[in-house]
Design a protein. Structure first.
Length: 328
């Protein structure tokens, strides 16, 4: 025998009659016809398989089953009111009723700048920062409902994951190389890609959260005599990064503007200028005022700073070009 499925509307009808102990007054309280109210009570009794009221021409009273149902009905309807309130905009603020969780990947980069501008646009919204480090990892969190928005290379995601996500092009971000400060290339203001021939460059190989970045590196290095460093344990924190770099001495692929690390220098890559294609990514069908604000922030910043203008000597994988031309 299947369990009954109770419509909250029927519980509201029951609660009104239970509290008024009078069908006419209960119907007036709910702004429904008394005949409709009686029909709802009969339907609820059928679904529960229990008589809830005794009725005479002079009075209405709860049965034992009706008295047993009463506290459950109150709790269910209270929970429903709380749920609706949690997702209802707050009067006078335009706020959505729940925070938006935004992964910016790394402090100081494009995602954090977009988030800061969006907060200015919707001060009544709570936009909360997260640091997931890698769009593949962040996409899994978005699809699981634990994260709302992230930034990264959309074309590098698995096609089955792409199909469940929406994305908006944000920036062609110039790439760079992080070098030990005593590396032969460190004195250069810029590093031509050809100068990295023979080097082994760390690009996150083996990190399950960042395969889209490692794939970008492999495509960039192909045919240029540059190797991707093999997988190794992820260095967490500036001091650990410094220690591992001093030990391995491998250059690290990054983007211009990556936070400074102790004992290193960051140099832009040129000839050609490799570009990291950054998109804003969120779950298809997801609606929140913060997502709209983030999109406006992207439009403003991209327009002000030319984020979506590709330099004449810019390099980007062919598979990324179509994604970066599309808009939601």
């Amino acid at each position: 025998m299947s369990s009954p499925t109770v419509d909250p509307r029927l519980l509201r009808a029951f609660l009104a009659v239970a509290e008024e102990l009078h069908f006419t007054r209960a119907a007036a309280r709910l702004y429904v016809a008394q005949q409709a109210l009686s029909r709802d009570i009969r339907r609820l009794e059928r679904e529960l398989g229990a008589e809830l009221f005794t009725r005479t021409t002079r009075q209405v009273a709860l049965t034992a089953d009706g008295a047993r149902l009463l506290p459950y009905a109150r709790r269910v309807l209270q929970a429903q009111e709380e749920l609706v309130a949690a997702f209802t905009p707050k009067a006078g603020t335009g706020a959505s009723g729940r925070p938006l969780f935004v992964d910016v990947n790394t402090p100081g980069l494009v995602g954090e700048r977009v988030l800061a501008r969006a907060r200015e646009l919707v001060p009544g919204e709570e936009l909360m920062t997260r640091y997931e480090s890698g769009l593949t990892g962040a996409a899994a969190e978005i699809l699981a409902g634990r994260l709302d928005v992230s930034f990264g290379r959309f074309a590098g995601l698995d096609p089955a994951v792409q199909a469940r996500l929406a994305h908006r092009p944000v920036r062609y971000e110039p790439m760079a190389v992080i070098l030990p400060e005593d590396h032969p290339l460190a004195p250069r203001d810029e590093v031509p890609l050809a100068e990295l021939a023979g080097e082994t460059v760390y690009a996150g190989a083996g990190n399950p959260r960042t395969p889209e970045w490692t794939d970008l590196a492999r495509r960039l290095f192909e045919g240029r005599g540059i190797e991707v460093a093999p997988p190794e344990p992820l260095a967490v924190g500036a001091e650990e990064f410094r220690r591992v770099m001093a030990k391995n001495r491998n250059p690290v692929l990054a983007v211009v503007g990556f936070p400074a690390m102790p004992g290193t220098v960051t140099r832009p890559l040129v000839d050609p200028v490799p570009l990291s294609p950054v998109s804003m990514v969120w779950r298809k069908g997801f609606r929140h005022p913060g997502v709209v604000a983030l999109g406006r922030a992207v439009d403003e910043l991209a327009g002000e700073e030319g984020w979506l203008r590709r330099p004449g000597d810019g390099w980007i994988p062919a598979m990324d070009s179509l994604n970066m031309m599309s808009r939601p």
